[in-house]
Write a protein that binds this ligand. Structure first.
Ligand SMILES: [Zn+2]
Length: 314
């Protein structure tokens, strides 16, 4: 991550990555979660334990100077396991997806200057973990039916699946989606929350009322600090909370089996041509911050993961 933190001279006495670059603190947090997930796989004799053991054990950063004589850290190399539920890899994946979205947003705005975004969350009743896979199949089919309905207003959409663990250990699958709608949607064809609920219920072909939440993203799309950033971050985040991943070996193994080869993110409508890459595993989990400027390289610094300290240090 690029981060402007210290002057070059400050970098001599530090040893930990988070001291050098406080905004890289998430590395320590996610690597620590990664070890917990690895240990749960290990306890269960699952082959993912071995793969995760090699994940992000070292990080090689380029140090570049900025205009204000500060140092920016930019990851240059590491090795990632790409296990779906590895907390480091799912974090990198979500950063990559977000970067991709913000990279193409100006092009989308150029072609659709008056379009607006709405953020829609669609849920179903909780299910047993053992039934999660079939529940997700039902939700995917319902989504397909919904987007084909005449009154579905979006020109394009991005949708992600999140599964949380309920207190009674049942699974709570739900979709977060960002819909791009034409400007006149708010004048003609506008759907209230109750209309969305009816639409989702009828697409699901169920006889209970599902919980649906819809919010309009504030205008001035793409401006930093704008609602679109929060909606994109919420849509393109991890599919399982790290706290839930590490809650128990049974839950982790059940989830691993149930979510195997299910799609985390889907894109449709006119956004497909800009964002189809989001549906694939990103090739590159290293450069997730393409938009940032790069200054002159001042050197390299390598950090190794210290299992006991739960820190990356030099
Ligand atoms: Zn990993």
């Amino acid at each position: 991550m690029i981060t402007n933190i210290l002057s070059v001279s400050d970098c001599t006495d530090q040893t930990s990555l988070s001291d050098f670059s406080p905004s890289d603190k998430p590395w320590d947090i996610h690597a620590s979660e990664r070890d917990q997930v690895r240990n749960l796989y290990l306890e269960s004799g699952h082959p993912y334990a071995r793969r995760i053991s090699d994940c992000s054990q070292w990080l090689d950063f380029a140090l570049t100077s900025t205009d204000s004589d500060e140092v920016a850290f930019k990851l240059q190399s590491s090795k990632f396991c790409r296990v779906r539920h590895c907390p480091v890899c799912q974090w990198r994946r979500s950063l990559k997806w977000r970067a991709k979205f913000f990279q193409v947003l100006p092009q989308i705005r150029e072609v659709y200057p008056t379009a607006r975004f709405i953020f829609l969350t669609l849920t179903v009743k909780n299910c047993e973990l053992a039934d999660l896979r079939s529940q997700i199949t039902i939700m995917n089919k319902a989504w397909q039916r919904m987007v084909q309905r005449k009154n579905f207003p979006a020109l394009g959409w991005v949708r992600s699946l999140e599964v949380t663990k309920s207190k009674d250990s049942s699974a709570h699958p739900h979709f977060h989606s960002l819909l791009m709608v034409p400007a006149d949607y708010f004048l003609d064809g506008y759907l209230k929350q109750s209309d969305w609920t009816n639409l989702w219920q009828s697409a699901l072909r169920i006889n209970y009322t599902p919980i649906v939440d819809v919010r309009t993203v504030k205008p001035k799309l793409g401006v930093e600090g704008d609602g679109i950033a929060a909606a994109v971050c919420e849509t393109l985040k991890y599919s399982v909370k790290p706290d839930d991943l590490v809650s128990s070996a049974d839950w982790l193994l059940g989830l691993t089996k149930q979510l195997h080869k299910t799609r985390a993110v889907a894109v449709g409508g006119v956004l497909k041509q800009y964002l189809a890459d989001l549906e694939k595993e990103p090739d590159d989990l290293i450069h997730v911050d393409e938009s940032s400027q790069s200054g002159e390289e001042q050197g390299r610094l390598r950090f190794d993961w210290r299992y006991k300290k739960k820190q990356y240090t030099t």
